[in-house]
Write a protein that binds this ligand. Structure first.
Ligand SMILES: Cc1cc2nc3c(=O)[nH]c(=O)nc-3n(C[C@H](O)[C@H](O)[C@H](O)COP(=O)(O)O)c2cc1C
Length: 243
């Protein structure tokens, strides 16, 4: 099975993951001219059927979701943050055994390899600090004691520093790869996409702006969050009030 091959002791997915990290933000602007020229696929078919929209809340929510360009630096309220995180990621079953609980997003084999954190940049009711989202117990847990000596320079774009709430999704790949080998790497990344979409849609419902973000330096984010060695940041969401 090629997907289980190792290079110098590391699984291929580990080598790939390391090689696809951002190491400097300037490099993000360094794209070739051809990058906008996408040819979308179409079939010259004899039969084509027009599609329609659901006429209801979910249809409206999906059509209103937009990645904002401008972040309102004004503070969010703890209750808004709580509703956003609880609804997007919370437990949605009522089993006694924590291992039987299921969440607001799907997870291959219910391994839940994605962890989540917030940095409360400006939230009334929260200190400016990093908090871990403890999904099983439905609560925020303060991770560190940031004061004024932090910097968000590891996230690209000046506007990112203005976002009052930053959500970080991290991967504990081995939770999934223990069961699925290298394929568990894909499942972890896919799971993060499900979570981010929930965040974007719930933010829209709460009249908040949300922008998914891949433009950040992972290694610095990991230090910022004080992550242990076998956990790494994979996705960032910037949240603010709508301007
Ligand atoms: C995986 C992923 C990474 C993204 N990374 C960034 C980013 O680093 N910076 C940014 O400004 N927008 C980022 N975006 C947002 C996209 O630019 C945005 O989704 C796209 O322009 C489509 O606009 P819409 O979300 O409003 O429909 C990212 C989106 C995705 C799905």
């Amino acid at each position: 099975m090629t997907s289980r091959k190792r290079i110098a002791g590391d699984f291929l997915y580990e080598v790939y993951h390391e090689n696809s990290k951002n190491f400097e933000l300037e490099a993000l602007d360094d794209v070739p001219d051809s990058w906008t020229e996408i040819e979308y696929k179409t079939y010259d078919s004899t039969e084509s059927i027009p599609l329609s929209d659901v006429d209801g809340d979910i249809g409206n929510l999906i059509s209103q979701r937009r990645s904002t360009d401008e972040f309102d630096s004004g503070p969010l309220e703890l209750e808004q943050v709580s509703q956003l995180l609880g609804t997007s990621m919370g437990i949605t079953t009522n089993q006694e055994d924590p291992n039987d609980q299921r969440r607001a997003y799907p997870s291959a084999g219910a391994r839940y390899p994605v962890e989540a954190y917030i940095f409360a940049n400006s939230v009334n009711g929260l200190d400016e600090a990093v908090y871990h989202i403890n999904t099983l117990d439905n609560k925020l847990e303060r991770v560190n004691k940031y004061s004024s000596d932090y910097s968000l320079d590891f996230i690209s774009g000046e506007e990112s520093n203005e976002a009052p709430l930053i959500v970080f999704l991290s991967a504990v790949f081995h939770r999934s790869t223990e069961k699925y080998a290298s394929r568990g790497y894909r499942y972890t990344i896919l799971e993060a996409g499900h979570i981010m979409q929930n965040l974007c849609l719930v933010a829209t419902e709460l009249d908040l702006a949300c922008r998914p973000y891949g433009g950040f330096i992972e290694d610095t984010a990991d230090e910022f969050l004080e992550l242990p060695e076998r956990e790494t940041t994979i996705y960032v969401g910037l949240i603010s009030s709508t301007k």
